[in-house]
Design a protein around this ligand. Structure first.
Ligand code: OOG
Ligand code: MG
Length: 262
């Protein structure tokens, strides 16, 4: 750690305020270039505590920057992890208010729903699949609080990995008998297919992202509770959206989920 407790709290407040007011800011490493990974996750933790203090509930976690397409798009090379709250969740087919967001983009994701607690260290794909009740299609709406979506890894971790909204829907798919590497996804914007791929785009197997998340949390004394949702990371590049756009994600054999931006 290089930041003192007061600075961590001030940065968490700054990012939390930006999210609440749809206002952007410069990436925080500009003012704190010596920040380390522990500092970055400490700011994220402090922001989570603020939001939970206001009554939000933790419903799961997300892995991000887990596909080459996303890493290339954002110019980074390591996955990052964040948390999901009930206030981030939208009902399937819901209207998502663009005015509440700064510069939203959508990502096609395979979402894991855990039937059992998942705990690292040493978590692997097999343990993830054994703990998974089902997978389901999910659209993540990311909205970096940083100007022009420009950040480095430490800044984006502090900003809860750009988490803003998400929707899941479609048909729950039990993982037994399923090869998630070849599960195809098609993301449509206003009826046009704008991004497509398969599960293997995420670290070779999307369950590998969930295992990495469990091991990351274990190092911090946390586990993934039964019933949690886990977003395993965008399979393709994120796609910019604006008010008036309709977005649908189809996951092979699992139906679709959608959002309308208003
Ligand atoms: C960081 C979050 C990335 C994903 O699925 O890769 C992410 C960003 O690109 O703003 O959620
Ligand atoms: Mg994502």
């Amino acid at each position: 750690m290089t930041l003192d407790a007061a600075t961590v709290a001030a940065l968490a407040q700054q990012l939390d305020d930006c999210a609440s007011n749809a206002r952007d800011t410069l990436k925080i490493t500009d003012a704190h270039p010596a920040m380390d990974w522990d500092d970055a996750y400490a700011v994220q933790d402090a922001m989570r505590a603020r939001q939970i203090g206001r009554g939000a509930r933790l419903v799961g976690y997300k892995a991000g920057l887990t596909s080459h397409a996303k890493m290339r798009q954002m110019g980074v090379d390591t996955p990052v992890f964040g948390y999901l709250l009930d206030v981030h969740a939208l009902p399937d087919g819901a209207a998502c208010k663009a005015a509440e967001l700064i510069h939203p983009k959508v990502e096609p994701e395979i979402v894991f729903v855990l039937g059992r607690e998942l705990k690292g260290p040493g978590c692997h794909i097999g343990a993830v699949l054994a703990a998974t009740e089902f997978v389901i299609p999910g659209i993540e709406v990311i909205d970096s609080r940083y100007r022009d979506f420009k950040f480095d890894l430490k800044s984006v971790i502090a900003d809860n990995t750009s988490a803003a909204r998400f929707v899941v829907g479609g048909r729950p798919l039990p993982v037994s008998g399923l090869d998630l590497r070849t599960a195809g996804v098609v993301l449509e914007r206003n009826g046009e297919a704008v991004a497509f791929g398969a599960g293997a785009a995420v670290l070779g197997h999307p369950a590998a992202a969930v295992a990495m998340l469990a091991n990351h949390l274990a190092a911090r004394g946390e586990s993934i509770a039964a019933g949690s949702l886990v977003l395993s990371g965008g399979i393709t590049e994120a796609v910019a959206v604006k008010a008036g756009d309709n977005v649908t994600l189809r996951l092979q054999e699992a139906g679709s989920t959608s959002l309308r931006f208003v």
